[in-house]
Write a protein that binds this ligand. Structure first.
Ligand code: SF4
Ligand code: SF4
Length: 122
């Protein structure tokens, strides 16, 4: 069964995922901030329609390095909730093997077992 090992790899990088309007409202509410306060403090505009969470010391600003956990876990963006069980790894074994190399939680899982795991997460 998949279990996140809290390695932090998926929260690390020079950029983060883009946020939808619904996610911006959800996270702002969780942090007790107005939308504009949240956008100013925690996000960066990359393109006219792309708003990303800021990166701090190579990690998403919401990654708690000490706890190895997401500070906004209950309301984190949908793509973060989904990772690494994204549709592409169920469709294609090659995708699975690539993502498996970077996600310690997938290390002991075989591609053939994935559909069983998917059903558990429904
Ligand atoms: S890469 Fe995988 S094991 Fe590491 S924190 Fe992300 S989901 Fe968890
Ligand atoms: S919101 Fe949380 S889970 Fe998503 S990249 Fe940032 S720290 Fe990681």
């Amino acid at each position: 069964m998949f279990e996140c090992k809290r390695c932090g790899f998926c929260c690390k990088g020079k950029s983060t995922i883009s946020l939808s309007k619904e996610e911006i409202i959800r996270i702002s509410n969780f942090l007790n901030l107005s939308e504009s306060e949240f956008l100013k403090k925690y996000t960066i505009k990359k393109e006219p329609f792309r708003i990303e969470m800021k990166v701090k010391n190579d990690f998403c600003i919401f990654f708690d390095k000490k706890e190895r956990a997401c500070k906004i876990h209950p309301v984190k963006p949908d793509k973060c909730k989904e990772w690494p069980l994204i549709p592409a790894i169920f469709k294609d074994k090659t995708n699975f093997e690539i993502i498996k190399k970077s996600c310690k939680g997938l290390k002991k899982i075989k591609w053939e077992e994935l559909n069983f795991i998917k059903n558990l997460h429904k």
